[in-house]
Design a protein around this ligand. Structure first.
Ligand SMILES: [Zn+2]
Length: 120
């Protein structure tokens, strides 16, 4: 959420690290597109984040990005560009107060919403 607010009006993006049932932490990555309505995780940062995760016995379980001006609803582009089956895709919308977060899993080429519980 902090990353999403800082990146506005651009979209932010990053990786979700954890295990099968828990997202333990996030790693920020640069958004490698100038289009304020898209995100593209910078490839080198993606590789380094995966290495860092492995070094700490965490897995990359998914990705996050923000929708600075719209609800946390996956866009057609989000689905088209989602290329990691069974990974989680978290969307943050800092435009509303309280901000909204939704979590999806890419299954069979579709996003299925995943209920989650946020713990401090
Ligand atoms: Zn999106």
């Amino acid at each position: 959420m902090r990353h999403a607010r800082e990146a506005r009006p651009a979209e932010c993006c990053g990786l979700l690290l954890g295990s099968a049932t828990t997202v333990a932490e996030t790693i920020r990555t640069p958004n490698a597109t100038d289009d304020p309505n898209r995100f593209f995780i910078e490839p080198q940062a993606h590789i380094e984040a995966r290495r860092e995760a492995r070094g700490r016995n965490l897995e990359v379980v998914g990705f996050y990005h923000s929708h600075p001006h719209s609800p946390p609803e996956p866009s057609t582009t989000d689905l088209t560009e989602a290329s990691y089956p069974d990974h989680l895709y978290l969307i943050v919308s800092p435009a509303t107060d309280p901000a909204r977060i939704r979590l999806f899993r890419l299954v069979g080429g579709r996003f299925l919403e995943v209920p989650f519980l946020a713990v401090p």
